[in-house]
Design a protein around this ligand. Structure first.
Ligand code: FAD
Ligand code: NAG
Ligand code: NAG
Ligand code: NAG
Ligand code: NAG
Length: 484
């Protein structure tokens, strides 16, 4: 790195736009035109993103095929002092997290897409640019799966670095808690391993600390012995929303806390609630464990009771989500489990969501994710993680918004912001789950001062030049906390 640092003064004299073009040309000279795509880049590559809010055309797109190439790219980025962004699956709806315009370099990880299964199928090594559907599909013939994303198109890299909430997290913990090791390219280009044995502080920090320490080029995940599961999806009318929310809390405090094979995925909107019952093994009929919901009248059945492969379950989920190209945002807050609280907050939100819908045709929805106390326990058993979760059960709430026009961005987001602020006042739990956080939220700060201090130490130790704070364009970055 000494050589690059020597180069800095002359580079700094250049206008930033010129530096980015020069960095792109230098990268292309070193790595070839196959891996370094100069502007104007093919629109299809620019547009790999989930939300239109993140469309941006960079000075060049670099598509590394190995950790060594990522290392070379980071050295060029440092030498030319150019802004960059890292994109794995591109599902972050936050503008500038996994997208960047000119002047800037987009590191598109999509060609780091290995899925390599150990001989006994106990560990799968995955490239960050792979999608969870492909990982699950490859594991299926071995009768195992992984704790990973709930939709096929979700990226591996971003989801794991934010923690990762799966259908199986109640039983097995966060996706990141099931990491055995990872390969990381540090800011100075050095390639290191991280595991409980090697660089254990870095390993701990990767399990929810976000993009603050290095670029992860390989994740080794422990597999879990699940292949087929029970699922059923019902729809409740809007008039049943309060009954449903109270039943959800009762279930979370009762059978849902002890029967760890059971989980639910519920999306409530002004149009009613879609609820999936999921059991992590095949069974003949809806298990009694879901009895808390038995008395709610069903308006429609979206998926009759069935046993299906994990990938098929993910595909059912994809059918429920609006994956079409338009603007999206989501927002996170955590609370205690409390039916009255859920009902009060739903009403607070619904009034505002209806108002904005009538003005902008934005669709908003309201999701409460059940977090078992076992989930926190699994994290501790596996060496802990930066989220430092309260060991009592809780709920991770998120509001999702789909809308069409940039001119509506502020008014549409204002509903979620107002709801989050109100919910935070009524909540006993400060955690904001990174993967569900919006651009102005501060998930790292919500992990608590002890965690933040450790995360700061890791950043200082592995990225002393602060490459990921200074040159990474945006993201849930430690520098925003102003404490390190
Ligand atoms: C429809 C939908 C469904 C979702 N469902 C779930 C769910 O079931 N469970 C859940 O936990 N979350 C879920 N999420 C949230 C999801 O985890 C985040 O959007 C996550 O960022 C997606 O990962 P990605 O690889 O696509 O991220 P990207 O958008 O590519 O990146 C996100 C962030 O991570 C950084 N990053 C990405 N890869 C790397 C890397 N290799 N090294 C360093 N930094 C990197 C990026 O720079 C960026 O800051 C969902 C999101 C959507 C849109
Ligand atoms: C997977 O399970 C099926 C059905 O039980 C069985 O026939 C098959 O041999 C199993 N495959 C492996 C690789 O264990
Ligand atoms: C909102 O939902 C309606 C009904 O499902 C749909 O027709 C419309 O396209 C959605 N609008 C947006 C912006 O997602
Ligand atoms: C890169 O940074 C790491 C972490 O600070 C350090 O251990 C390593 O020696 C550095 N490598 C070089 C070549 O400077
Ligand atoms: C791969 C993918 O979904 N790309 C989409 C990204 O967003 C743009 C604009 O919304 C769409 O046109 C792309 O299809």
């Amino acid at each position: 790195m000494a050589q690059s640092v020597d180069n800095l003064p002359s580079v700094r004299n250049n206008a930033p736009a010129t530096a980015a073009v020069e960095a792109c040309l230098a990268a292309q000279g070193a790595l070839g035109a196959d891996l370094v795509l100069l502007a104007p880049v093919d629109q299809a590559i620019v547009d790999v993103n989930w939300s239109e809010t993140c469309r941006a055309a960079p000075s060049c797109v670099i598509q590394p095929t190995s950790a060594q190439i990522v290392s070379a790219v980071l050295q060029i980025i440092w030498q030319f002092q150019v802004l960059f962004a890292i994109r794995s699956g591109g599902h972050s709806p936050n503008p500038g997290w996994a997208s960047i315009g000119e002047p800037g370099i987009l590191l598109d990880m999509s060609r780091l897409d290995t899925v390599s299964i150990s001989a006994d199928a106990s560990v799968v090594s995955v490239g960050p640019g792979q999608q969870w559907g492909k990982v699950v599909e490859a594991l299926s013939p071995h009768n195992v799966t992984v704790v990973g994303g709930r939709l096929p198109s979700l990226g591996v890299g971003g989801l794991l670095l934010g923690g990762g909430f799966s259908f199986f997290s109640g039983e097995y913990g966060l996706a990141a808690d099931n990491l055995r090791s990872a390969e990381v390219v540090l800011g100075n280009g050095t390639i290191v391993e991280a595991s409980a044995q090697v660089n254990p502080d870095l390993f701990w920090a990767l399990k929810g600390g976000g993009p603050n320490f290095g670029i992860v080029t390989r994740f080794d995940l422990v597999t879990i012995p699940i292949q087929r599961v029970y699922a059923e999806v019902v729809v409740y009318a809007p008039a049943e929303t309060h009954t449903f929310l109270r039943a959800l809390a009762a279930w979370q405090l009762g059978a849902g806390a002890s029967d760890l094979r059971a989980t639910v995925l519920a999306v409530s909107s002004l149009g009613g609630t879609t609820l999936a019952f999921i059991y992590s093994q095949p069974v003949a009929a809806r298990p009694d464990t879901f009895a808390a919901f038995a008395d709610i009248p069903v308006l429609a059945t979206a998926l009759p009771p069935t046993n299906l492969a994990v990938l098929e379950l993910m595909q059912v989920g994809a059918g429920q989500v609006n994956e079409a190209a338009q603007r999206h945002d989501y927002r996170a807050v955590s609370t205690q489990i409390d039916g009255d609280l859920y009902v009060g907050m739903f009403d607070f939100w619904a009034e505002r969501a209806a108002d904005v819908h009538s003005k902008t045709v934005a669709n908003q929805s309201f999701v409460i994710q059940p977090i078992t106390s076992n989930l926190a326990q699994k994290g501790l058993e596996n060496g802990g993680n930066p989220l430092s979760l309260d060991p009592s059960g809780m709920s991770w709430w998120t509001t999702l918004i789909d809308w069409e026009h940039a001119a509506d961005d502020d008014v549409v987001r204002s509903v979620s912001i107002a709801t989050t602020e109100e919910w935070k006042k009524r909540s006993n739990i400060g955690l904001e789950y990174m993967n569900d956080c919006s651009r102005d939220q501060d998930p790292l700060a919500s992990y608590g001062s002890e965690s933040v201090a450790k995360v700061c130490d890791v950043s200082q130790k592995y990225d002393p030049d602060k490459v990921f704070q200074k040159l990474q364009q945006d993201g849930f970055l430690l520098k925003k906390l102003g404490v390190c």
